[in-house]
Ligand binder design. Sequence first.
Ligand SMILES: *Cc1c(COP(=O)(O)O)cnc(C)c1O
Length: 380
Amino acid sequence: MLNRDRIYLSSPHMSGLEQRYISEAFETNWIAPLGRNVDCFEKELAEYVGSKGAVALSSGTAAIHLALLLLDVGKDDIVFCSSLTFVASANPILYQGAIPVFIDSAPDTWNMSPEALENALKDYAAKGLKPKAVIVVNLYGQSADYKRLKDICDEYEVPIIEDAAESLGASCGTQKSGTLGKFGTFSFNGNKIITTSGGGMLVSDDMDLLSKARFYATQAKDPARHYQHSQVGYNYRLSNVLAGIGRAQLQVLDDRISRKREIYNFYCEALSEIEGISFMPDAVYGKSTRWLTAMMLDPDKIKVSAGDIVDYLEQYNIESRPVWKPLHMQPLFKGVEYYKHSDNDVSRELFEGGICLPSDTKMSQEDQMLVIGKIKDRLI
Ligand SMILES: *Cc1c(COP(=O)(O)O)cnc(C)c1O
């Protein structure tokens, strides 16, 4: 049994087309950050999501960092951020010496709660303060409810950075994920729906700010023959070789989304009948990619914990994970302010009862049936 390959949460899945673009980079000796693959990858991704422009970067974290920089976030500025997310959503707030404030999730979307956001903005306005930006995260392939979040942010005139690292290809109304804020950020890390092994993208309709992003991402070189610098810069550009992988991956993104959604549906059909099990709800306003299938255990009906199931699956060489530990519960952010959805701390409840199941697009139906069988063995 343990001799078979490990079943992963979400691992790189090449299309077979990558080698062509990599070879082109080698043959033309463009083994550099920048080059034709970078230019084309930016253009192709911007076209896919429907943004005016895009800047290819070394990571999704770098994209969030540059978005904050371009919104002039600096020391002691306030930035609101979703609590239920990976730490990379908020680390760049600390890079800038700014102060994070965390916002809870809504139970119907698992994404930022409009109620909690409104309370936080109201509270800050009463103190004569307002955040420089709100980082809204789209969790596990599903867009947040931008119709509501944007109305609230517009009222208080606060720009949105959309952390769409987990939701490339998802939609919100008629728009693609990543295009609903002032900036959108994507990641091509190895676990994401498409990957370049590591990489990221910053998108926006503001071409001036995007050219500033390119400037900061290449060490902030002033226009001069000699190397001259007036500002702090970063080495954040994506390599031309990796951009080649991204171009090929982008061509199979829609196939990957279909497969991810199939995996989600199969889990739902097989497990929803069990009393106390539910799945991350489908938001009514958009279409999720189901990057990861997230399952919820009701502690009143099921005595087995999420952690027990993760450990049990591990014995069979199956990777699963608890839902993100909310940032307001992390030692790194001890003492940071947090706004709950209601009397309930929704993100804490999701963390305590939630599990991300293997959602690897390379996984066979047989593999998935094995995962389902093991979950049932542990529960029933
Ligand atoms: C993966 C991820 C990031 C970071 O992307 P990197 O490319 O690994 O830097 C940021 N935010 C979220 C929500 C993520 O899942």
